[in-house]
Ligand binder design. Sequence first.
Ligand code: HMG
Ligand code: MG
Length: 297
Amino acid sequence: MSDFVRIVEVGPRDGLQNEKQQVATADKIALIDRLSATGLRTIEATSFVSPKWVPQLADAAGVMAGIQRRPGIAYPVLVPNEQGYARALAAGAREVAVFTAASEQFNRTNTNAGIDESLQRFAPVLARAQADGIPVRGYVSTVLGCPYQGEVPLADVVRVARALHAMGCHEISLGDTIGVGTPLKARAMLRAVAAEVPLAALAVHFHDTYGQALANIAACLEDGVRVVDSAVAGTGGCPYARGASGNVASEDVVYMLHGMGMETGIDLPALADTGRWLAGVLGRDNGSKAGKAMTPH
Ligand code: HMG
Ligand code: MG
């Protein structure tokens, strides 16, 4: 099994989308440009969702226009529907991600649509993307618990992941949106999905609300997952998920992976430096323990 783990840096999107204070477009661009210099291969840049729903990312086109794209790095963006897809392509996006959930009420609160309705919305997006040669990632939220219904049956997670994969999503990211999962449950969830969708097409996306994210990632790595979502400085959370706190910090994930002898291609000191810079820009405590520990004296 490969020792290379691809980190999908979601800080500029998941990390910033929940920030109450408007972050300057120039700072978002500077964040992505700094991240581009750390060895990351995938940086989720922004979202082309409704600006009424997520005002923080209303400048998505400006961000895409301002960043310096480096060869070999993908800059995917979130799109909720055809309108978002059209905006994303007009702004120069070359990879996109669609998102739905394993629990009905969360998906309604997040996207004003039931799960099946959201899958129907994605069908024309996937058809256009296929014609345009644009890879599409699919997110499944609430895979280990929902802020409204509580427990989420594994069968529901599997059904939605399988549907996204069957529609043509090349990668399925399994999101513990509110960070309630624990390692054995995370692994059981991954195994259930991997019975229906190839493991190589799966990614894990843990929020760290209960401090379980690194342990959950370690458990899933043992089962062979090799794509991990994380956010520099541990920023983030979904504005429509009550109680959702930050994503697992990229610096902490990379520190753990390197300590396990795995490769990421990432320059950890450069990533940690970017995390400290971002915490300063946002005026908040750095959510990465590794980033804090690596502060130069
Ligand atoms: P809606 O209000 O039902 O949409 O929202 P609508 O189709 O009825 O349109 C209403 C208005 O929105 C119209 O404008 C549309 O033009 C506009 P008006 O005529 O009123 O002026 N509109 C748009 N504008 C720009 N871009 C668009 C767009 N679509 C419609 N793409 C919608 C439905 C899905 C659009 C809305 O609910 C939405 O944008 N939701 C996004 C919420 C969001 O971004 N949540 C966070 C991301 S998901 C997440 O964080 C989880 C994840 O990290 C994994 C995990 O942790 O689990 C991925
Ligand atoms: Mg998330």
